[in-house]
Write a protein that binds this ligand. Structure first.
Ligand SMILES: Nc1ncnc2c1ncn2[C@@H]1O[C@H](COP(=O)(O)OP(=O)(O)O)[C@@H](O)[C@H]1O
Ligand SMILES: [Mg+2]
Length: 265
């Protein structure tokens, strides 16, 4: 008998990607980019600005085709976007002319695989969980940055995805809100163990959240290093003062900047 496939395993093999901007030389963004996202784990992808993180996220979710290589989810080739792999974009995905509740129920209702009552029930449950119930009839413009990000998480989670791909979701938030959101997300992850690919360029955010960090580098980019983050769960900010955290940070700094520091000195 066949063993049951694990749910939410993404495998990228030999991804290559070029852009061809009009009137300019082609941009070779990814080359031979291979890695595995383990189900039930929070994997952080880190890399400098412009190294191809968003490009990789689009390919993982099926919004963009690679020029070479492939992505599979639970053994199935990823060819197009699907509600089992959901992406929270770098830019807001809330429609400004809809209320928060309308935004959250929109996806499932558009697919019409759920009744309006059921969609509303699920949405209200999520909004309660994210502390947004009393803002359900407000428009995105009336919400703070942190609230908008939480509403976007609710908007994605109502589809019960197997994998969440979050592209720098807390970028642009002030430091305190950002830290609150990190705590929020790690709690949510610990509760659901929803397979997560979390993209960031912030090392401290990466270590705080990750079970594993994949570091992108090179030009064109690939995954150059993998760091295991064996800090205990449930994770709280106390962990930032632990010896193990500092060791991991040191190791990461060497991987990230070792060469360039030597170069400057
Ligand atoms: N549609 C596009 N056309 C041409 N070049 C692009 C396009 N999208 C991204 N790029 C270029 O590809 C590289 C990687 O971009 P991106 O994936 O957005 O990186 P990151 O998310 O790591 O900042 C950058 O040099 C960017 O300028
Ligand atoms: Mg990006």
């Amino acid at each position: 008998m066949e063993t049951m496939a694990l749910s939410g395993e993404l495998v990228a093999t030999g991804l290559r990607k070029w852009y061809h901007p009009k009137g300019q030389a082609p941009v070779h963004v990814l080359d031979d980019c291979s890695f595995k996202i383990e189900p039930g784990k929070l994997t952080v992808v880190m890399g400098t600005s412009g190294c191809g993180k968003s490009t990789l996220a689009y390919i993982l979710c099926g919004y963009l085709n690679a020029d070479g290589g492939q992505v599979t989810m639970d053994g199935q080739l990823v060819k197009e976007p699907g509600s089992s792999r959901l992406m929270v974009f770098q830019e807001t995905a809330l429609w400004p002319w809809m209320t928060i509740l309308q935004n959250v129920v929109f996806g499932p209702l558009a697919k019409s695989n759920i009744s309006k009552e059921e969609a509303n029930r699920k949405a209200l449950e999520l909004l309660r969980k994210f502390g947004l119930l009393e803002f359900k009839d407000k428009y995105p413009g009336q919400l703070s940055g942190g609230m908008k990000r939480r509403a976007e998480l609710a908007q994605a989670l109502i589809n019960s995805p197997k994998v969440m791909v979050l592209d720098e979701p807390f970028r642009g938030l002030d430091v305190m809100t950002r830290e609150l959101m990190q705590e929020y997300y790690i709690k949510l992850f610990e509760e659901t163990r929803l397979t997560t690919v979390f993209i960031t360029s912030e090392l401290e955010e990466a270590i705080f959240l990750a079970d594993r960090i994949l570091i992108m580098g090179g030009a064109p980019s690939k995954i150059t290093h993998t760091l295991e983050v064996d800090l205990p769960h449930p994770r709280t900010f106390d962990v930032l003062a632990s010896e193990r955290y500092l060791e991991i940070k040191q190791e990461a700094l060497e991987v990230l900047y070792g060469d360039s520091i030597q170069h400057i000195c």
